[in-house]
Design a protein around this ligand. Sequence first.
Ligand code: SF4
Ligand code: FES
Length: 373
Amino acid sequence: MALDRSAIRPPIAMLAELTHRCPLSCPYCSNPVELTRINSELDTETWQSVFKQAGELGVLQLHLSGGEPASRRDLETLVTSARDAGLYTNLITSGIGLTERRLKALDEAGLDHIQLSLQGTDAPMADQIGGYKGGFDRKMKVAEWIADIGFPLTLNAVLHRRNLHQLPRALEMAVEMGARRIEVATVQFHGWALKNRDTLMPTREQAREADRIVSEARAALKGTLVIDYVPADYHSDFPKRCMGGWGTTGLNVAPDGKVLPCHAAETIPHLQFDNVRDKSLSDIWYYNSAFQAYRGTDWMSEPCQSCERKTVDFGGCRCQAMAIVGDASATDPVCIKSPHHGALQAQADAHASVADAPLVYREAPGKESEPAE
Ligand code: SF4
Ligand code: FES
């Protein structure tokens, strides 16, 4: 039966992973364990074409990410092209590799928004987690330049067992930096983070405490700071609506041009992905079998299929179902209705009680970055 395209809405957001190169080596990096090398990255012209196609497809927001997107020397040119394509541009960055001059050039190119990551609220924590000495001080300098230029800013605080006690300070820092929004993101266990569950898994008590702090801060900072919260889902009873629903809201383009329904989709072994070097973005969004695989609700089995929440969370995260249950079409084991929920919670408590586990840092495809200027 031919596919009815009219039943599929266009994507709202696109994440462009411009490169996997990064000066940091965070042990929870969302990049795949097999990183793309510089000589496989899309060139400037191909990215420009992808942005144009994204605008025509209906994408509104473009998230320029990595790795560290500032590792691309053509970042300013890419921002200009994205704006010409009618896209709202958000730069997701650690700040390392950005100079004041470069930020001004990005402003002139039309960059709309910056999302700055925070590995910790002081230098010892941040530099240890990022694996980059001097990174925190540099980031604070970059935050000052961002404020001086007047970019709208979101602070992205990534939290886990080692730094969850810093959440109150992270909220204060967001206000001090003039951020409009903070994303309080408890580490999600895919890719590199999956290798680090023994050292990064929050305790149940930490997870509950974070819920309390966020709820109180939301009330206290209403009108000053918007708080987006990704809770510690292994300790939750209902799963997150991952990617806003598979093939529903957004798509990711990897550094080599592969188009993915989410950043971890390559961990689902039977899926076949297409590449922007071979097919149009529109063809991929509407017809690629990987996007079709878990779109909507027809693919679901029980307990999701007859559940009243099935169009609320779309059965949770497909990659988490694959990683934990070994079946990407299973109910996310975070869900209290999953037969694997109890085992997952026990696993979470076991990981959270391991003392002195080492941090397994993300490796290169090169920590090397092209010189910023
Ligand atoms: Fe969501 Fe499925 Fe759980 Fe229902 S059974 S809450 S749809 S994951
Ligand atoms: Fe892939 Fe959640 S990370 S669906």
